[in-house]
Design a binder for this molecule. Structure first.
Ligand code: UD1
Length: 421
């Protein structure tokens, strides 16, 4: 099995390009099922999750071609006639459930495997199903599959009990084809949801309130296939900024969207780092003394607050530094599997309920560690970059689901990092 070996302590410098956002690309790929014809997506990252979604679209009958160097994805949905997302795919990627809304919208039918457990805790999909029911779908669970059927989807007023990226996206994709008006209240406002709403609008959907928690959708009979560009990945961007901070280096991320990173920029400034913001680039610099990181109180919460997908990486940063930090995860309260691995590297972190109490230490020392999920893998890489000596990270297959060529990007910046097979 692949491993990543890092010899820590190297300074980073230079410029790194941020890839397209996986979490924006996945629902947009699924929404191509709403039309008949060829959708072309640019700036699509070369990731396992993108290949998994492509595979699922092919099972449904689409022709999908990816040009990895150009990052262009062609999806031809002219001959789709199947409406099932099999267990084998849903169990490897929960976002497979994103085909449910578009399949309901196009065929009035979807049969999608119930997603199972997940390393970052309980992840129900009750809000997705509540939304589909409100649009008139009949939902049954049989042999581990959710069968949703509707002769006709009818617009309705839907209030989400919790802000959910997945439920907002999924229900929105069905509602664009429903008869009449749908109002989605307490919708998620994450940039990836906004990107999907803008994509659907370009296809001909009628959506107002985009970027707010109240989306008003006027159903249309037909949509048209389009060409569109995937927005930059704010989580990859945040991860590289933290890489600069944790190695006490100066580096610039380019082709990013700084306005999607306000809470991250704010927190890094509170830690004592300097961030220079350009139109589509950010430079992080430090005062060159170790350890510089000041303690923080951070709570993850829906956008525009601090993202749960950067909680593990920020915890790695705060583990080396001054004083005691408190990090609360309000989105996924059990998302702390990385803590015991960070402690193996010498961090001093205790977890109680959904709060990590981090006592900053002077340094981390390299050791063998194991990645448990996508963002935990990134946190261990960051810790390894700063740790003294060698860190060996196993189970890194999670990384390739969400970070395009992370070790090559870090090597180019000067890190001593390699993958062994
Ligand atoms: C998406 C992201 C994930 C990110 C998360 C939160 C993708 C593919 N994944 O996941 O990387 O960490 O947003 O920003 O875009 N919930 C329910 N019932 C539901 C749905 C969600 O109770 O039906 C809860 C979840 O358990 C969680 C909260 O709502 O506590 C937010 O989850 P949600 O925004 O739905 O996350 P995902 O869409 O799964």
């Amino acid at each position: 099995m692949d491993k990543i070996i890092i010899k820590g302590g190297k300074k980073l410098s230079g410029t790194v390009r941020i890839s397209g956002a996986k979490n924006a690309a996945l629902p947009i790929m699924a929404s191509s099922l709403l039309v008949e014809g060829r959708t072309v997506l640019t700036n699509v990252p070369n990731l396992i999750d993108i290949r998994t979604m492509s595979h699922l679209l092919r099972i449904i009958g689409a022709k999908v071609e990816y040009e990895p160097d150009a990052h262009i994805l062609n999806i031809d949905t002219s001959n789709c006639s199947f409406w099932e997302a099999p267990y084998e795919l849903v169990k490897t990627m929960r976002a497979s459930t994103y085909v449910m809304g578009p399949l309901l919208g196009r065929f009035g039918k979807a049969n999608v495997s119930f997603p199972g457990g997940c390393a970052i805790g309980q992840r129900p999909i009750d809000l997705h199903l509540k939304g589909f029911r409100k649009l008139g779908a009949n939902i049954r669970v049989e042999r581990g599959y959710i069968l949703a059927e509707a002769k006709e989807l009818i617009g309705n007023h839907i209030y989400f009990d919790k802000s959910s990226v997945g439920a907002t996206a999924n229900v929105m994709m069905a509602a664009v084809k429903a008869q009449g008006t749908t109002i989605l209240e307490n919708s998620a406002c994450e940039p990836e949801v906004t990107a999907l709403a803008e994509f659907l609008t370009k296809m001909g959907a009628k959506i107002s309130g985009i970027g707010t928690s109240k989306l008003i959708i006027q159903g249309v009979k037909a949509l048209k296939p389009i060409t569109a560009e995937i927005i930059p990945d704010r989580i990859e961007a945040g991860t590289f900024l933290i890489a600069g901070a944790i190695t006490n280096s100066e580096l610039t991320i380019i082709d990013c969207e700084p306005k999607h990173l306000s809470s991250v920029i704010e927190k890094l400034r509170e830690c004592g780092y300097k961030l220079g913001i350009g139109e589509n680039n950010i430079t992080i610099t430090t005062n060159n003394q170790q350890p510089t990181t000041k303690p923080l109180m951070v709570s993850t919460a829906p956008y525009p607050d601090f993202p749960t997908d950067l909680q593990a990486q920020l915890t790695a940063l705060l583990s080396i530094g001054q004083g005691e930090s408190i990090i609360k995860d309000n989105i996924f309260p059990e998302r702390f599997m990385h803590i015991s691995e960070l402690n193996r590297l010498g961090a001093n972190i205790k977890v109680k309920d959904n709060i990590a109490y981090v006592k900053g230490v002077e340094k981390l020392i390299g050791a063998p560690v194991m990645a448990t999920d996508l963002r935990a893998s990134a946190a261990l890489i960051l810790a390894g970059l700063a740790a003294e000596g060698e860190t060996e990270i196993s189970r890194i297959y999670h990384l390739d689901r969400g970070y395009e060529k992370i070790e090559q990007k870090l090597s180019k910046l000067g890190a001593d990092i390699k993958r062994i097979y």
